[in-house]
Structure formats: C-alpha cells, structure tokens
Design a protein around this ligand. Structure first.
Ligand code: C5P
Length: 303
C-alpha cells in the first residue's frame, strides 16, 4: 500500500525526473503489514548489482542476448542420467556481464547449482532436446546467441520407464546411444537458409590441443561467426574453476584474453564481440545505417 500510494509514486517520480536518482525496485512478497505485494527491501545483491550497472558503460543497451550454459542431463531411467563436468559458471558470467552492460538477457540454463543474478530471464532445462527447443525459440528475436553450454552429444536411445535393475542387465551391460542435435550448427544452418546476418552466433570450444585450428574448423562446420576457445588441459582454466583464459576467434582474427576471473574474462569477451555486434561482418551487405534494406526485409523487428 505504501509503495503504491500516490504520494510515494509522485515523490519517486520527482526523484527520478528532477534529481536524476536511480531507484532499485522493491522485492515482492509477504510484507510486515501482512499484505502480499511490492514493498520488501530489495536483496543486497540486487542493490549492489544496480549500483554496478550505473558504473558500467551501457554498450549493450538495446541488444537482446541469449546465452546457454551448464551441462545437460540425459536420462537413462527415472534415477540415472548421463552428464558432464560443466559447472555453468562461464555462461552465467557471460549472461551477467551482458546484463551489467545493459542487454536484455535470456539464459537457457542446464542443471547446475549456481546462483543466477537478478534481472536475467532464466529458462531452466534438463536435456539437450529441451535446450534446443528453448534456445531456438529465444534465438528467433535475438541479436546474439552465445552457446556456452556443454551440450551432451549423445542421449540414451530409449529411456527406461522404471529404474534399471542390476540383475536384469547381465554381466557386460551395454548402453545404446543416439546423437543429439548440434544446436549451434542448427542455428547456423537456419540463418544461412534465411540468408540472414542475425543473430550473431558465438560458440564455446573446450579443447586440449590445436586450439586455434580446431576452433577455425568449427566456425566453418557450424556456419557461425565466433568461437571462444579455451584450453581445458590447464588446471586453472575451463571446467568448474572460477578462472579462465580464452581466445576469441573469428575467420580473420584471434584475440587472446589473458588469465582472469570468469567475470573479468566474460567482459573482455564482450569487448571483443562488440564490434561484430554493431557492424555487419566485412564483405557482407549491411542492413544498418546507410545501407539499402534487403528487398524482403520484414518491417517489424528488422533493424
Ligand atoms: O563441436 P563442439 O561440441 O566442440 O562445439 C562446441 C560448441 O557447440 C559449443 O558452443 C556448444 O554449446 C555447441 N554445441 C551445441 N550442440 C551440441 C554440441 C555442442 O550447440 N549438441
């Protein structure tokens, strides 16, 4: 009631309009006055986050960013699944950095216990097939898709409806697998088919050798724009740890991002992506300022 009272609303408007104050909206929930609604003290992390945004250049303002992160779990039966060692930390750091820089961020997140900062739209998924559906849906209106998820390449050919019994599996049990769709390659193929330039498609590649060569190969194979490659053979980079060092690779450049926290590395990766987000890649027709719009450009949503 107090938050929605016309005098409070008016005073806050004056603070914003006349004095240039920024307001962190209150949390919603059960209030001391026994009402349920907006009026709870905002979480300290949200207040810190809002203050940090004010101190961060808003160079991704107006951009719609989709990030995928975490592992996928591929069910074998109701109790068991196939998974990998991805913690989701790097993808969450990419989503967080983009949010800080003013982007509208959708995070398609596989199963991970990591907390996600407020202000990011989270779509929680479990399997690769669920992730594919969620990413494809979000990608339709995105300026950039960053696939940082460690998508399982295979799933069980059949998911047992009941928990598999040890006694029924024999002495040398075998597991029949089916390939999962390559989500990123699917986005690359769809964009190619539509002769579109957006969304910008960014992959992550964990390698243990020939990092540059394998990354460039992936760019071509998946028809994407950028690969962020990291050497996971090093103990302080890649899976599970809080630090990383990566190389941002496109067809003609390789930007080495030095060792740092995943948050620092995420900001440097966005620094490297920014020119590609603001301008069409060299050699391709731009739809931006000064360029003739494509004949079949849809009026709505084409920018
Ligand atoms: O080919 P590789 O798995 O090394 O490529 C890694 C990149 O491809 C990552 O960006 C990952 O998110 C994406 N990927 C995908 N779907 C898969 C496997 C990988 O989108 N099934």
């Amino acid at each position: 009631n107090m938050w929605n009272h016309p005098i409070t609303v008016d005073n806050l408007k004056r603070l914003r309009d006349i004095a240039g104050y920024h307001v962190v909206a209150p949390g919603v929930g059960y209030l001391a006055c026994r009402w349920v609604g907006a009026g709870r003290l905002a979480e300290p992390a949200d207040i810190v986050g809002a203050a940090a945004c004010l101190r961060t250049p808003q160079d991704l303002a107006g951009k719609r960013v989709v990030v995928s992160s975490g592992p996928t779990h591929e069910a074998l039966d109701p109790a068991r699944y196939l998974a990998n060692r991805s913690s989701g930390k790097m993808g969450i750091a990419m989503a967080h950095a983009a949010h800080r820089r003013g982007a509208a961020v959708t995070l398609v997140l596989g199963p991970t216990g990591q907390p996600v900062p407020a202000g990011i739209t989270v779509v929680a998924v479990e399997s690769a097939l669920q992730m594919a559906q969620a990413v494809e849906q979000a990608a339709a209106s995105a300026d950039v898709v960053v696939m940082a998820a460690a998508v399982a390449d295979f799933r069980a050919a059949t998911i047992a409806p009941q928990k598999l019994k040890r006694s029924s599996l024999g002495a040398t049990p075998t597991l029949a697998l089916r390939a999962n769709p390559d989500i990123l390659a699917g986005l690359g193929a769809a964009r190619q088919k539509a002769k579109a330039q957006r969304p910008l498609l960014v992959g992550f590649a964990a390698e243990t050798e020939n990092v540059l060569a394998y990354a460039r190969d992936k760019l071509v194979r998946k028809q994407i724009d950028v690969i962020v490659a990291n050497d996971v053979s090093q103990a302080d980079a890649g899976f599970a740890v809080d630090t990383n060092r990566v190389i941002v690779i496109d067809a003609d450049h390789a930007v080495h991002v030095p060792f740092g926290t995943k948050a620092e590395v995420a900001h440097r990766v966005w620094d490297a992506l920014l020119p590609r987000l603001n301008h069409a890649p060299v050699g391709k027709k731009a739809n931006g300022a000064g360029a003739k719009p494509a004949k079949n450009a849809r009026r709505k949503g084409k920018r």
